[in-house]
Ligand binder design. Structure first.
Ligand SMILES: [Zn+2]
Length: 484
């Protein structure tokens, strides 16, 4: 069974130290009027006025080379691929993409009705040398975008061909609308997020999160990230912000960029900030990370003023660690969203009883443990872990018929998220500190807290299989008297 190790995440908690103190705190008071798509579009228009005229294409030379020309509202596609439904439908697919991009970036669809891209879908690169079609692209690995031209190498998979077209189309659209794409993590993250799609009965859905490995042929982003984690090459959020253009010679960088974009897109606390970063790329594109964090702080504090900047960024770190620890096809974002409890307090000498739902990820217990004190956990209850083909019942010591991350499913797990001032007191692999190495509680455990912090529980199960769980465990928690 797969068990991720997280030594590589040692720097995760330093995210806010790296970026917060001066840049974010000083500029956190951004007027809402500064964040506007209209302003970003004005900048885009200004940039477009300085675009050079594209090298004209010699259409007859292209035709002589056997290159077909397909046209729709938003795309003229030149391709040497033989006519087929999968290829010839691409311009119409592209016509669905543009209004969806307008919606994603909150732009007026009417302003982009005449936006048009010239695309080159290439099987034999040599054929495109005539007609001036690849003069701007001496080397083409998967795809490339320049102003309103895009180039795609035919990948030999219907899904992945569409994916690359939508990915490059997103680059072209952002370049046209905003004049800039931002640094690699944002540029590629956005294009990967929106390129990952579902096409059902001709209807296009962007930012699709795949339910199974076989669903999106040759896509493999989740596998790339998981392979990296197994090899101790995981990336912190800071590490993703630091990806540079050369890193994208390897598909792994696309995997990490997609993972971070998908994490933000599917998490209600982070979605708006990630999307709105697109409006704030102008002027200082390398500052996108700071602007993303500024937006994030502003949005969260508007909703939850009780959290300070350090706490919000610490939650971001912890949420990211939890996400990549369990990243899988069909990941259940809704049930794994973690709510931190500002009111969580220390327990008195009385026993407290805490319910733990079997159909959720980490759940705050509502209490904090105190460093150096010893606690007794006694868990009970019977809950459902699967429905079909028959109901699987479990108690807090789990079912040894099936394991997730080396622990029987159904096992009660616990961990502490340290108080801000205690976050560096332990090693990152200390069991029961942070979300990446939980402590196994089972039916009973006695545990001396190594840090003071909020106590979380979870019933061990696959993150894609929480929806068929039902019922809860109950934990009786007691603080033991100090004996020495
Ligand atoms: Zn790209």
């Amino acid at each position: 069974m797969l068990r991720f190790r997280f030594r590589i995440l040692v720097l995760v908690s330093f995210l806010f130290l790296w970026i917060l103190p001066e840049t974010v705190l000083v500029t956190a008071e951004v007027s809402p009027t500064e964040v506007s798509p209209a302003e970003a579009e004005r900048f885009g228009k200004e940039i477009r006025q300085h675009w050079v005229t594209e090298i004209p294409l010699d259409e007859s030379a292209l035709t002589q080379s056997g290159i077909r020309r397909l046209e729709s509202q938003h795309l003229i596609l030149y391709t040497d691929l033989a006519a087929s439904g999968q290829v010839d439908e691409l311009p119409k697919l592209f016509d669905q993409l543009i209004p969806l991009l307008c919606d994603y970036f909150e732009l007026n669809r009417q302003n982009y009705e005449s936006f048009k891209v010239e695309g080159f879908l290439i099987d034999d690169f040599e054929k495109f040398k005539s007609g001036g079609a690849v003069l701007q692209v001496p080397k083409l690995r998967n795809g490339y975008a320049l102003r309103c031209r895009i180039w795609v190498r035919n990948p030999g998979s219907d899904y992945y061909r569409r994916h690359l077209l939508l990915h490059e189309g997103t680059h072209a659209f952002m370049g046209y609308a905003f004049g800039v794409w931002g640094p690699p993590w944002y540029r590629e993250g956005t294009a990967e997020l929106l390129g990952t799609h579902r096409l059902e009965n001709g209807h296009l859905t962007l930012a699709y999160f795949p339910k199974s490995r076989n669903e999106l042929s040759r896509w493999g982003r989740i596998d790339l990230v998981r392979d990296n984690l197994v090899k101790n090459h995981g990336r912190t959020i800071k590490g993703i912000f630091e990806l540079d253009s050369e890193d994208y010679d390897e598909n792994t960088a696309y995997g990490w960029s997609w993972a971070f974009a998908a994490f933000c897109e599917n998490h209600p606390r982070y979605r708006t900030a990630f999307r709105q970063t697109a409006w704030k790329l102008y002027g200082k594109p390398d500052g996108a990370a700071e602007r993303f964090l500024e937006l994030l702080l502003k949005n969260i504090q508007k909703e939850s003023p009780e959290w300070n900047e350090q706490e919000i960024l610490f939650h971001l770190d912890n949420d990211w660690i939890d996400f990549i620890s369990h990243l899988d096809y069909g990941y259940d974002f809704e049930r794994t969203k973690i709510d931190y409890n500002k009111e969580a307090g220390l327990i008195s000498s009385d026993e407290v009883e805490i319910p733990v739902c079997s159909d959720k990820g980490w759940q705050s217990s509502g209490v904090r443990l105190e460093r150096g004190k010893t606690y007794r956990f006694a868990a009970s209850g019977r809950f459902q872990l699967a429905e079909k083909p028959k109901i699987w019942w479990s108690e807090p010591n789990g079912i040894t018929l099936r394991y997730y991350q080396s622990v029987p499913i159904g096992t009660l797990l616990a961990t502490l998220i340290p108080d801000i001032e205690e976050r560096f007191l332990t090693q990152t692999e200390t069991a029961g500190v942070g979300f990446y190495v939980p402590k196994t509680i089972g039916l009973s455990e006695t545990w001396k807290a190594e840090v003071s912090g909020e106590l979380f529980f979870r019933i061990n199960d696959f993150p894609s299989e929480l929806s068929d769980n039902n019922g809860e465990a109950t934990v009786k928690l007691t603080v033991l008297p100090v004996t020495d």
